[in-house]
Design a protein around this ligand. Structure first.
Ligand SMILES: Cc1cc2nc3c(=O)[nH]c(=O)nc-3n(C[C@H](O)[C@H](O)[C@H](O)COP(=O)(O)OP(=O)(O)OC[C@H]3O[C@@H](n4cnc5c(N)ncnc54)[C@H](O)[C@@H]3O)c2cc1C
Length: 450
């Protein structure tokens, strides 16, 4: 079977995007895989026998009866599908990724020029479009002066190749300018998931406060019913729907007064139990995870301010539990984005930020909708809770020189607090010794076909 002959299921989204369910052309597709695994639970005939049954009967009836019909949800864990969701806002991408079992990839604001992307404009008025286009113009106009300014600060060193150096400069420039991109900027994501998680996640997305997200959820559901009608026709229970609708619309977004500094909001670690893991904590080598059983010692809850651009990155750490911050201008633009600009551009940035804030106010929108017009560099209160293995993984990964500076700063602060609190119990962290260094290896992190 050729790639061209595959029959992917595609649904267009209002506003130009699309959702696609990938047809891999597999002879044993996700439903068949789930079926032959499920047959293990009721017979000891072995997989060779199950394959014979699959060949005779196919998987459709099996999934309709045993997975959807009898509600054996774990059968849905046994088959995976891949969805591509394109031309959606940053807000919609975050909504889909807000899931402890999300696997997938998203376009990087570090390596992709977002000035060419469409912007999602739910209001659709002349005034709302003007706000989005003002951000675009600033992003476009600032690229060359920001790169020139970076080259002055970080001149090419002996032994560095020009191509990689230029890429590293451009990545650093994008890191700065993403602060001025509105969250309505469109992006593309891939979502690889087992079938059960897709159904469970859609059950929430269809009640999301944003119309765009509800629309995407509906289109994904339509596409799934076309590709796998036997596996996605679950009965809908009104009480469950009402419950999900209520909390998604009243409690989903996190707002809080500003946290004055990064700190532990709640320390739930059972230190008596932690003492028993001293050897395991002390013996852990570099780039190695702490065994998950240490999570039994409890959770630590951190509070800190972080801009939405960097929230997009930290949110991908699925082993910690995070809230979705409501993107507002209330807490001001993160200073890093202004301080990193050359002086003349910084002056323009100050002016545009003030005038855009006024323009957004004048639209008199619900706070959820105003997010589309708000730049991603605004600081927001964030609260995360996690066990020690999850937090240690996060801070070690995010405290390196290759991570966006605003997130790197928070990761280092959390790392220092963790070491202070739990160092005497054997916890040690492996942190970048020179996190502020401009390392051209950043230019090698792009993913390009040779
Ligand atoms: C420099 C850099 C650039 C990046 N660029 C991109 C990019 O361009 N596009 C993109 O899409 N992503 C990008 N990422 C994100 C990255 O791919 C990860 O998704 C993100 O860093 C989260 O880390 P993780 O998936 O490794 O582990 P985590 O989700 O933090 O998990 C930590 C550990 O816990 C386990 N775990 C995961 N979930 C759970 C759970 N629910 N319960 C218990 N354990 C769990 C994991 O297997 C892992 O062992 C980038 C990351 C970095 C550091």
């Amino acid at each position: 079977m050729s790639i061209e002959s595959l029959k992917h299921t595609v649904k267009e989204l209002n506003g130009g995007g699309m959702v696609m369910i990938l047809d891999t052309g597999a002879v044993i597709g996700p439903e068949s895989q789930a079926m032959i695994q499920a047959l293990h639970s009721r017979s000891t005939g072995g997989v060779k026998h199950h394959l014979e049954i699959l060949a005779k009967k196919g998987a459709e009836n099996f999934m309709a009866n045993f997975y959807v019909g009898y509600g054996h949800k774990s059968i849905g864990d046994c088959g995976t599908i891949t969805l591509f969701i394109e031309g959606i806002s940053m807000l919609a991408a975050k909504a889909i990724q807000d899931w402890a079992l999300y696997s997938g990839q998203e376009a990087s604001t570090r390596y992709v020029d977002f000035s060419k992307q469409a912007f999602i404009d739910p209001v659709g008025s002349k005034e709302s479009n003007e706000i989005l286009e003002n951000w675009r113009q600033f992003y476009l106009d600032s690229r060359a002066p920001v790169e020139a300014h970076l080259k002055e600060q970080f001149p090419i060193q002996e032994g560095e190749t020009e191509k990689i150096y230029d890429k590293a400069i451009s990545a650093r420039g994008f890191d700065i300018l993403r602060g001025f991109l509105p969250a309505g900027a469109s992006t593309n994501i891939a979502w690889h998931s087992n079938m059960r998680q897709v159904a469970d996640k859609l059950a929430l997305l269809r009640h999301h406060p944003l119309e765009e997200v509800k629309h995407i959820a509906d289109k994904i559901q339509e596409a799934l019913l076309e590709s796998y009608p036997s596996s996605f026709s679950h009965e809908i229970f009104e009480t469950t729907e009402n419950y999900n609708h209520q909390w998604m619309n009243e409690d989903y977004y996190f707002t809080h007064e500003a946290y004055p500094k990064t700190s532990i909001l709640y320390n739930g670690i059972d230190t008596e139990l932690l003492k028993t893991h001293k050897k395991v904590l002390e013996a852990r080598p570099f780039k190695t995870e702490i065994p998950k059983f240490v999570a039994q010692t409890g959770m630590v809850q951190f509070g800190f301010m972080l801009d939405f651009g960097s929230f997009r990155d930290i949110q991908r750490h699925r082993a910690v539990t995070q809230r979705m911050p409501l993107l507002t201008t209330e807490h001001g633009l993160e200073q890093f984005y202004l301080d990193s600009l050359p002086e003349d551009v910084r002056k323009k940035a100050g002016e545009i930020v003030a005038s855009q804030e006024e323009k957004i106010k004048k639209l008199k929108l619900e706070p959820e909708t105003a997010q589309y017009y708000t730049a991603m560099g605004y600081n927001l209160p964030n609260r995360i809770a996690g066990d020690l293995p999850a937090l240690v993984y996060l801070v070690e990964l995010r405290a390196t020189r290759f991570v966006h500076p605003t997130l790197q700063k928070r990761a280092i602060e959390m790392a220092n607090i963790l070491e202070k609190e739990f160092g005497s119990y054997g916890l040690k962290l492996y942190l970048d010794e020179d996190p502020g260094r401009f390392d051209v290896k950043r230019g090698e992190h792009d993913i390009v076909m040779k």
